[in-house]
Design a protein around this ligand. Structure first.
Ligand code: FES
Length: 91
């Protein structure tokens, strides 16, 4: 299954960004001037972990445990995506 686009809402500013199918959340936020700490960009270091306030996450990292993934409270925005149409992040 190929990736699809979705929207990301930054709760603290109320800003919405469209994440195209061929870009990560982190890539879009960096392009838009939103600074988020990151390192590996591959879902292995945990640096980009971001709190999630709403939406279903398509977890693709190797950092969170299965329990943490199912709780849906945070995600690695360098590689994980949305399962639905949008995600709300605590940024
Ligand atoms: Fe390393 Fe996202 S930057 S897990």
């Amino acid at each position: 299954m190929s990736d699809t686009s979705f929207q990301v809402v930054l709760a603290r500013t109320g800003t919405t960004f469209n994440i195209p199918a061929d870009a990560s959340i982190l890539e879009v936020l960096e392009l838009e001037g939103v600074s988020v700490p990151s390192s590996c960009q591959q879902g292995v270091c945990g640096t980009c972990e971001t709190k999630v306030l709403g939406g279903d996450i398509d977890h693709r990292d190797m950092v969170l445990t299965a329990y943490e993934k199912s709780s849906g409270q945070s995600m690695m925005i360098c590689c994980s995506r949305a399962k639905g149409a949008s995600l709300t992040l605590d940024l």
